[in-house]
Design a binder for this molecule. Structure first.
Ligand code: B12
Ligand code: SF4
Ligand code: SF4
Length: 359
């Protein structure tokens, strides 16, 4: 690595924008690499209050995940990027069988093209003699906070970063670099106003204050974390197996403006996992499940947690007279795994309850 005085001119921001656009990245801006002090305090405070519900990620080491210079010691700036994941059309829901729903952000791997685009740009910065490291959905940096500092958007009451004129259906990533890009930190003013639709629309009441998520109530985390799904949230899981979109699907800004920024995706193509056949998953080996869904974040990479979710989906959504569904639940009532047994028993009882609705 050469010293900055020996280094060649680093690529302009316009050049970076051109490079990453080919990978679907639509928004780019720059933040300083200073410590994210406010976010550090928020992480510590939420840990103290237990709102992280044991989550690690950026909570594991808040002092590290809020300091870009822990990742790149002589970092001067952070180039922040956003890539849309909303699609122009909705995938077709299969009409037969019991199908579990996947959150939009996980229909395909949207992080990989974001990282690929950023790595190509980082390579040009490195070629000019500077350090540059790419982070996206990594434990090393709080992506929303650095993007907010770079003026890419504002924190919605649903905690997501909303981009002006575009909404929140974006993944975020960055290049932490020793190159001194000029920060563009003009703050974006709050666009939520008096709206509270996401707070009212969250099926579990997980948005406990504007911008504050209680991890223990958030279905997105409940479906990833280890252990039994708390009984009080099982009906709210409804047909979800991974991810939850409700607080964005009810957001008038994201719904109205999101379609201006979409990703090119054949939603009914073989690469897209928008629906998962719950019975087929429960009949599959761990190896098969991992081959299909291993890119998802599942606690300990243990496929039993996806089986657990699939059992709850069957209880909530299968036709109570569906023999195949009852047969698979029966098999799981005799499983070796006590957590799966308990979820199968619950699902069976839920089917019975749904078969005899109270007047
Ligand atoms: C842990 C994590 C989760 C956890 C916890 C989420 C959470 N809200 O913290 C779980 C598993 C629940 C989760 C769910 C989801 N996640 Co997530 N997740 C992360 C991860 C790894 C860390 C987030 C983090 O540090 N949280 C800690 C807290 C402190 O941050 P925060 O909630 O954002 O808090 C900020 C606001 O509260 C704000 N704030 C403080 N005070 C106030 C006051 C007011 C009034 C307001 C409005 C705001 C505000 O400042 C805080 C600090 O910056 C990031 C990737 C990364 N490395 O950053 C992705 C990330 C945040 N997730 C992402 C996505 C897409 C999702 C889901 C939409 C996926 C899904 N469909 O299920 C949901 C959305 C749930 C939600 N409403 O937040 C994207 C968000 C993109 C965006 N446009 O915002 C990220 C950035 C990944 C990425 N690189 O693209 N996620
Ligand atoms: S992701 Fe779902 S459960 Fe979590 S806050 Fe949003 S609506 Fe609520
Ligand atoms: S639903 Fe309303 S309050 Fe929530 S993020 Fe969207 S605009 Fe803001």
């Amino acid at each position: 690595m050469t010293s900055p005085t020996e280094a060649a001119a680093f690529p302009s921001l316009a050049r970076i924008e051109d490079l990453v656009r080919e990978h679907g990245i639509s928004h780019v801006s720059v933040a300083s690499a200073d410590v994210l002090e406010d976010t550090r305090s928020v992480l510590h405070r939420r840990k103290e209050l237990g709102l992280h519900d044991g989550m690690q990620f950026t909570y594991r080491n808040p002092d590290r995940s809020t300091d870009p210079r822990r990742a790149v010691p002589d970092a001067r700036s952070v180039i922040v990027a956003a890539r849309p994941y909303l699609t122009d059309s909705e995938p077709t829901r299969p009409v037969t069988g019991v199908h579990a729903r996947v959150g939009r952000y996980a229909w395909v791997d949207h992080y990989e093209p974001l990282r690929v685009g950023l790595r190509i740009a980082a390579a040009e910065i490195q070629a000019a003699g500077y350090r540059a490291a790419v982070f996206a959905d990594d434990n090393s940096l709080v992506d929303r906070a650095i993007a907010q500092r770079a003026g890419l958007g504002w924190f919605g009451k649903n905690a997501n970063l909303l981009l002006p004129g575009a909404g929140s259906f974006f993944t975020l990533g960055s290049i932490v670099t020793s190159a001194p890009y000029e920060p563009n930190e003009a703050p974006v003013s709050d666009g939520c106003g008096t709206c509270v639709r996401c707070i009212d629309g969250c099926p579990t009441g997980a948005i406990v204050a504007p911008g504050v998520i209680d991890g223990a109530r958030c279905l997105s985390w409940i479906l990833q974390k280890p252990g039994p799904i708390p009984i009080e949230f099982r009906e709210a899981v409804h047909d979800r197996i991974y991810g939850c979109d409700d607080c964005q699907d009810v957001c008038p800004i994201s719904v109205r403006l999101g379609p201006r920024n979409t990703v090119d995706l054949d939603v009914d193509g073989p690469a897209v996992q928008a629906f998962v056949d719950a019975i087929e998953l429960l009949d599959s080996t761990d190896e098969t499940i991992e081959a299909r869904h291993g890119r998802w974040w599942i606690a300990g990479r243990e496929m039993r947690w996806l089986r657990r979710n699939a059992l709850v989906v069957i209880g909530n959504t299968a036709d109570p007279s569906d023999r195949e569904a009852r047969a698979v639940l029966d098999r799981y009532r005799a499983d070796d795994d006590p957590i799966l047994v308990e979820h199968a028993v619950w699902a069976f009882a839920r089917l019975d309850e749904r078969a005899t609705p109270t007047s």
